[in-house]
Design a protein around this ligand. Structure first.
Ligand SMILES: Cc1cc2nc3c(=O)[nH]c(=O)nc-3n(C[C@H](O)[C@H](O)[C@H](O)COP(=O)(O)OP(=O)(O)OC[C@H]3O[C@@H](n4cnc5c(N)ncnc54)[C@H](O)[C@@H]3O)c2cc1C
Length: 273
């Protein structure tokens, strides 16, 4: 009988946890060298730096989020839905809360997930430092739900203003003036939005700048879309939609439908440019 696989459990599928689960799944899970499990209270991941676009309404969330189940399927790990509520270090188990769907129905019961190696990557929460009024009036921009709530409030305010028949009341005018005067555009700091990966973090010596990779994925998306495969918006991100489009293209062109970018795929895509 085969020895049981080493169980790696990652709690939190955010920027850190999802990347780790994907890499470990590719490297160990697929080859059955370890059982990699990702636990998250949500069903999908949306990269936080995109939240302001959801809040502004300039981005379709569905096109850019990564579905944990699909990602797990493509990258050799298991996804368990539910929030971690506790940890028993002696028995090496994580306690996971029941997962309840949008209609309030239970999908999975409370469960225990055993581990040999545990990574907790549950991120952080906004701190209002007890500033009066913040909790009651401000919406944090930490999750896609909050971004969607902000967007709904923004649009509703605009519609309300649009249908208002009577002239602006003095307090409305005062509020609008104060808000406009407070807002000052700041120059864009390009460095803030550029990620420089230290050499020590790389798995190989290949020095592929993250910016170049993004451009490469963007080109792939453009060619796929041009050829009738729906890769979503050309945003340079390898989301679920892009992967499905790549897999469909690979299948139609006699390649193994991995949904991954490799040399064979790039060559074929360039022929169809
Ligand atoms: C609006 C905004 C813009 C940003 N812009 C940038 C930027 O331009 N550049 C940059 O470098 N950084 C940016 N950041 C910061 C960056 O997003 C974070 O540093 C990064 O997401 C942290 O990664 P993480 O994996 O630690 O946590 P997160 O990405 O926050 O992920 C945490 C995950 O854990 C899950 N989770 C939480 N609690 C539990 C639980 N109990 N059980 C199970 N799962 C749980 C959550 O659902 C989530 O999926 C931005 C952040 C925000 C909010």
């Amino acid at each position: 009988m085969d020895a049981p696989l080493h169980r790696i459990v990652i709690v939190g599928g955010g920027a850190g946890g999802l990347e780790l689960a994907t890499r470990l799944g590719n490297k160990l899970g697929r080859r059955r060298k370890a059982a990699v499990t990702l636990i998250d209270g949500k069903r999908t991941h949306l990269w936080k730096p995109l939240l302001h676009e959801v809040a502004a309404g300039s981005m379709d969330q569905g096109l850019n989020e990564i579905d944990y189940l699909a990602q797990a399927y493509w990258h050799g790990f298991t996804y368990r839905a539910g929030n971690m509520t506790g940890l028993d270090r002696t028995r090496r188990v994580v306690h996971v809360a029941p997962f309840i769907d949008a209609e309030g129905r239970q999908v999975t019961p409370a469960q225990e997930v055993g581990y040999d190696t545990l990574v907790i990557a549950i991120g952080s929460l906004t701190n209002d430092f007890g500033t009066p009024g913040v909790k009651e009036h401000a919406i944090a921009l930490e999750t896609a739900d909050e971004a969607a709530r902000f967007h709904a409030r923004l649009v509703n305010a605009c519609i309300r203003a649009h249908v208002q028949k009577e002239p602006l009341r003095p307090e409305q005018l005062q509020q609008a003036r104060a808000a406009t005067e407070l807002w000052k555009a700041k120059p864009v700091n390009a460095e803030t939005n550029t990620v420089t990966i230290p050499d020590a973090w790389r798995e190989s010596d290949a020095k592929t700048a993250s910016v170049d990779m993004k451009q490469a994925v963007r080109n792939i998306q453009l060619i796929l879309n041009k050829n009738g495969y729906d890769a979503g918006s050309a945003d340079g991100l390898m989301g679920a939609k892009t992967k499905l489009a790549i897999a469909a293209f690979q299948k139609d062109n006699g390649m193994e439908a991995t949904g991954e970018v490799d040399e064979k795929l790039v060559k074929k895509l360039l022929e169809k440019k």
